[in-house]
Every structure is written in C-alpha cells, then in structure tokens.
Write a protein that binds this ligand. Structure first.
Ligand code: SIN
Length: 280
C-alpha cells in the first residue's frame, strides 16, 4: 500500500499512514517521508507498535543521532531519552515553554522523534509553531527590527545548576542532568534559510536565545519578548493530540514546540531520539 499523507487543517502537521515502522523501509519510502517532513514540518504516524530498536532504526534513516547533553539515556540505550511524568508528580511541567531542541549547540539537531508509549486519557498535547509562517506573516515594520540580527543561544536558564531544571528542581521523574557547560554560548542568525529547503524562517526563541550580538540586554529583552509573543500566535500553531503507539517526528529548523499539561493523576511516557544536523 502506498504511503498516505493526511494534511492537518492547522498551520503545519500531517498524519502518515500506509507504512509499517516496525519493519525496515526502502529508499522510496524514506524519500517520501523526508519530502513530507520538509513540507509539513511535523509528521505523526499512528498505530505503530514500535520497539526501541525500531525507533533507533527509523531515526537513522533521516541522519545520525544528535547529541543530548543534559539527559541520561534510558538503561541499555545510548540515544534514547525518556520524556516522563508520573501521575503524582508535582514538579513544573518539562518543556512547557516554546523552544527548538538544543538550538544552543554549534550544529543544532535537524529533528526530533518522539514515540508515545503511555498516553494520558486527557491533556498532554504537544504544540508546534510554524516559524516559516511566522516570518512570512510578520509586518514589515516589525521584521525590520529583527532583520540581520545574530542571536546568542545558551542552555543556561534551563540546564545550568541554578537553572529551571537545576539543583532546586526536586521530585522530577525524568533523568535531567544539569551542568555548568549549560552556560556556553553559540551564535546563529535569527532569520535564516532552512538548511535543506532554503526557505527563510525564524530560528529558535527566547529561552534558549538569551540576547543578540552587539545589543545590550535592556534593548534585547523587549525585542525577544515581542518576538516570542509573535512566534507563538494561534494562527501559526498545530496542536498535536497523542495516542499510544504513535510516533511523531518534527523539524527543529522549521518549528518551535512546547509541552502542555492537563493530565495530573495520570502517567505519561514517551521515548525520544534526536536527529543530527543535516550534512549536505
Ligand atoms: C519535548 O519537548 O521533547 C517534549 C514534548 C512533550 O512532552 O510534549
């Protein structure tokens, strides 16, 4: 059966059926999925009863494994992290702010794969914001303020020992490992061409972006706040509802994403891999 792509009626996202991800894929299936991923930015694959081996094999069709700096992997695997929240957990939600995964790296990952294992009966959606659409719709006057800026990225606010997931973060079931190296910085153009499609978009947002090159913080902060509000407007968002045995892959170069709550009293567990930066 050929691969079917069912496009969402939101700002991005498509559901893919007609492919069995528990089996090896042939070159044409991989090419079709890659093309759909680049076009729709977020793909979901329902009803895939995948093992961790299947998840790793799927990830590698789209690049090598990226480096996950502040998580311990699950036992027995080097490249799979557990996105986990227990029913009785009280710590703040993980990844509740918009972000592009590991944008503070020198070569940020192309994408992320997330496999839903234990999915709560309510809540726990993941939201995605299309950053090509956000740039395209930006009024000229606003865009002029951001054109040509180089953003300074760092993981410090999240993963430094005094960051959100640092030493004061207690009772978390996820294996997050804060570290001093989170204070390191990398620079990337704020408006940049997608490395594979060439389409212009906004890359990352306040949180991992901590300032702009050559600009003092007093000037940068309001610009970052205004930008964050624009980047995450409803019209750019696709809200993804999970099912058990559903795989989602997204393009970190095109979308921001964030987790949502609303499932207190229920466990949630997903296995995550990171797709390394694209090598031409
Ligand atoms: C993530 O950002 O990797 C987690 C998203 C989610 O838990 O919905």
């Amino acid at each position: 059966m050929p691969i079917q792509i069912n496009i969402s009626d939101q700002a991005c996202g498509a559901a893919v059926t007609g492919v069995d991800l528990t089996q090896s894929l042939d070159d044409s299936q991989v090419a079709d999925i890659r093309a759909a991923w680049l076009k729709h930015h977020v793909l979901s694959f329902p009803d895939q009863n995948m093992s961790d081996d299947d998840l790793e094999r799927f990830t590698q069709y789209f690049g090598g494994f990226g480096h996950d700096p502040f998580f311990d992997p699950i036992e027995g695997r080097e490249h799979i992290a557990a996105i986990r929240r227990d029913a009785d957990e009280k710590s703040p939600l993980f990844a509740e702010n918009w972000h592009s995964d590991w944008s503070f790296q020198a070569h940020p990952p192309a994408g992320t794969c997330l496999l839903g294992l234990t999915i709560p009966p309510v809540g726990g959606d993941t939201c995605f914001a299309n950053q090509h659409a956000a740039l395209d719709a930006m009024p000229d006057e606003m865009r002029a303020k951001y054109e040509g800026l180089t953003a300074i990225h760092s993981a410090q606010m999240a993963y430094a020992p005094d960051g959100a997931y640092g030493e004061k973060d207690e009772g978390r079931s996820m294996a997050i490992r804060p570290d001093e190296s989170a204070r390191e910085t990398e620079r990337h153009p704020l408006i940049r061409a997608h490395p594979e499609t060439g389409q212009l978009g906004l890359f990352s947002c306040m949180g991992y972006i901590i300032g702009f090159e050559g600009m003092d913080q007093q000037e940068a902060l309001p610009l970052l706040q205004q930008l964050y509000a624009w980047q995450s407007r409803d019209e750019f968002v696709y809200r993804h509802q999970w099912q058990p045995n559903m795989l989602v892959m997204w393009d970190n170069r095109s979308v921001l994403h964030c987790a949502t709550g609303g499932y207190d009293g229920h466990d949630r567990l997903l296995h995550r891999t990171t797709i390394a930066a694209f090598q031409a």
